[in-house]
Every structure is written in C-alpha cells, then in structure tokens.
Design a protein around this ligand. Sequence first.
Ligand SMILES: Cc1cc2nc3c(=O)[nH]c(=O)nc-3n(C[C@H](O)[C@H](O)[C@H](O)COP(=O)(O)OP(=O)(O)OC[C@H]3O[C@@H](n4cnc5c(N)ncnc54)[C@H](O)[C@@H]3O)c2cc1C
Length: 460
Amino acid sequence: MSDIFSALRDAVGEQAIRTGAAINPKHFTDWTRHAPAQPLAVVFARSTEQVAAVLRLCNAHGQPVVPQGGMTGLAGGAIPGTADIVVSLEQMAGIEEIDPAAATMTVLAGTPLQVIQEAAREAGFEFGLDLGARGSCQIGGNIATNAGGTRVIQSGMTRDLVLGLEVVLADGTVLSSLNKMIKNNTGYDLKQLFIGSEGTLGVITRAVLRLQPQRTSCQTALCALPDYDTAVRFLHQLRRHLGGDVSAFELMWPSFFELGVSLTRDRKSPFAERHPLYALVEQRGFAEQADAERFGAALSEALEAGWLSDAVLAQSGSEANALWAIRECTAEFPQRLAPINFDISLPIGKIGAFADECQRLFDAQWGPHLSLFFGHIGDSNLHVTVDGNTVPGVTHEAVDQLVYSLLRRYGGSVSAEHGIGLLKREFLPYSRTAEELACMRRIKQALDPNGILNPGKLFE
Ligand SMILES: Cc1cc2nc3c(=O)[nH]c(=O)nc-3n(C[C@H](O)[C@H](O)[C@H](O)COP(=O)(O)OP(=O)(O)OC[C@H]3O[C@@H](n4cnc5c(N)ncnc54)[C@H](O)[C@@H]3O)c2cc1C
C-alpha cells in the first residue's frame, strides 16, 4: 500500500492527496446519505494527465477507484468503500471554449452545471439541462448519470446534449473524442457508452456540449384535469399547437398537490375545488406576444373541449414562480418526511393505471398513510414517494419489493433518470434481459478487465 501512495504522491503531488482524518466527510456518501464510508484516500486531480497517471497506477495495483463529482447523486453511485481511492474532479473545473458558429461549449468535467448555464446565457445561448442540484452537481456527474431534469421534454436527456467527450480508461489510456459536429458517422459512437455508465467504464475529464439559442419568452399555467387519459390528450394537443416550445408538463396527483400547496407561503390552492389531477405546463419560445397568443389559444381550446376542468394562467414571472413552488415542494421532502423515493419510467399510456394500482396496493398493505405521485409524464417519468413516518416499521426494502414487482408487470424501468448505482442494482434485471446484462458485463470486462472502476455499482 505504501508503494502506491508514494507513486501517487509523485504523480499528483502531496497536497493533492487526503487520507484519514484529513478527508472531508462530504466524500463519504452522496445525497442519499446511504452507507457513509471513509475511503482510503481522496485524490484531487487537476488535469487529464493526472487522472491518467492515477488510473494507470491503480490498475497496476488492482486498486479500486471511485470517481466523484458534486456528490448530489440519488442512487449511491459515488459512495466509496473503505478500501477505495476516490478520484475527485472538483479541481478540474472551467469553461475552455464557447464556439458560437458550432453552438458548442467545451468544459472540464468538474465544472458545476450552474456555471455552464450562466456562461451559455452570457454568450446568448442556453444549455438545455436543468435540475434542482444545479449549484453543486458537476457536468461530469451529469454525464456519468445521463441526468434528466425539468427540461427533458424540450431539450432531451444529457445524452442528447453532449457532442464530444474526453475519457480516461481504467488502464490510463486517454480516449479523446472532442467532436463538435452534429453528423459524424465514423463507426461506433463511443461517447454514448460512457454517458450513463456511472463511473464504471472510465473517468470523464472533458466534454463538448451542445448549446441552443436562448429562449426569450415563457408562459406558465396550472391546469386541473378530470382523469389521466385526458391529461395525455391535453399534452398531445399542446404539442400540436406549440410544437417544440412545450418545455414542461409536470403532472401532480392530489396528495402531492395538496402537500405542495400546504408548503407554499400563503398555503392557498389556486382552485376552489379538489380535482383528480393537476398539470403545470410551460411554454418557452422566442416571440413573447405571438407565443402568449398561441399558449392562450391552446388552453382555451382545451377548456372548451372539456379536457380542463379549470386553469390558472400566470400573468407575471412571480406568479409563475408561485405555481412552480407547488411542484418544487420535493426540495422539502428530506426535512418534512421520511421519504422513500422512486424514479421510474413507463410507457406514457400506462402511467395512470400504474399510479392507481400502486396507490391501491399501498392502501391495502398499510391502510391510511402518505404516498405522493408526480411525473414528468411527457418524458414517461413517474416519481413516487412514500412517507416512512406514516407507515410505522416499514423498510425501504419492503417498499422496493412492492413498487418494483408491480413495475415489472407493467414493463417499466427501475430508473428513469437517477441511475442504478448501489441502491437499485438488485432490481436491474427487472428492466433488462439476461442477454442485455451479459452484453453490459462484456463491455465492462473489455474496458476494465481488472474491475477497478467503481466496483459494486450497477452490477453486484
Ligand atoms: C436537489 C436535487 C435534485 C435533483 N434533480 C434531479 C433531476 O431532476 N434529474 C436527474 O436526473 N437527477 C437529479 N438529481 C440527481 C442527479 O443525478 C445529480 O444531481 C447529478 O447528475 C450528479 O452529478 P454529481 O456531480 O453530483 O455526481 P456524483 O453524485 O458525484 O456522482 C454520480 C455518479 O457519477 C459518477 N461520476 C461523477 N463524476 C464522474 C466523472 N467525471 N467521470 C465518471 N464518472 C463520474 C460517480 O461515480 C457516480 O456513479 C438531483 C439531485 C438533487 C440533490
């Protein structure tokens, strides 16, 4: 062990390595707060060459390595074991280039998402990824988890926003594929292998991101709906009217909506009556007045068709923020509840039936309790939260079994956007065939034959 430490010191310098009590506990676990563990060491790499040197050494010694970004992950993917060395990317941050002609931004992997968003805005562009952890998460972590967020319906997943990558393989090989072109059919698209690989195939060190023109208008409305099928019809009608300008379609079931309202400042629902479903819809485009007219016309048509029972149209940015505050009550869950969270996806036509059956299953199992359902349904993504405080003695494992067994029957996926990490690996076979899993293992074996990269994540 002393061999590898002295070689690491030579490679990155004494000051870039922390061991023992000098390790900040933020490296022990991610946002899940699951199984905190003090790793053997944390290495703060400052260049691709340093990452390559560290991996070359660790590979030669069979030393497990855990890549860490901002530690905001929700699947336990960045949690180290006590025998692991962490490679932290936090000191590899910065924007290297904005190419206005190609509409791309080249960044180092440790750059926080919010820094990227702000730099894009300053240059007259926008970066299509947005999520609640924007201030702390890093683009390398976003890419490694193929993060989704609130704009997927308009901009796609992280996978759709990356044109090129630089990655260091387990043996220290630097794979530089910093492509800026939209069309590039020259064999396998290797970058896609690393996007969503959760640190198990390589350490991402640089990325070329795809930018979009900055949108200048935004319309927001909260709509009350009679049932799930009508919500889907309404979503498609909005898309017919507004095309790619639909930027959010957040569906909330009543218990979620009521909790959200109770946590807002004035605690008052915008509607006089209770409704079976609520959709927060948003349009982002380029022409304020014309966009407002198209949005208003789409809502009027839906009201006249009887698809909407009621609707509130935000008249200002602060009214829009007040409507979003109901949906963003999720940020309060860790303080207010003992949340057991699920991030699942299903074909959009099945989400309503799944949510109903899941609720019936919970009611039959536990009687009165609090469970919450909301979804980015345009992205086929449903989030389910059970408040463990309202089900005495319930374990995460027991709720996992209930939800994932039902999900398997519906042909859904156990992770829509947070990844598998440590927490869902047992359930990966619920969503992937034996042949798919065998193929994944062959890829892992080919790229990391000694199994040093993030062992125990994704697979047992
Ligand atoms: C308040 C909040 C809201 C969130 N909202 C969303 C949301 O709407 N949508 C969504 O998809 N996610 C959401 N997340 C979770 C999301 O996955 C993370 O925020 C983010 O994508 C992870 O980035 P990170 O830098 O924190 O990565 P970490 O947590 O540090 O790591 C995550 C995984 O990536 C790997 N990794 C990190 N950096 C690298 C690298 N450079 N190379 C290779 N592997 C690496 C790690 O090993 C680990 O497996 C949210 C989290 C929070 C706390």
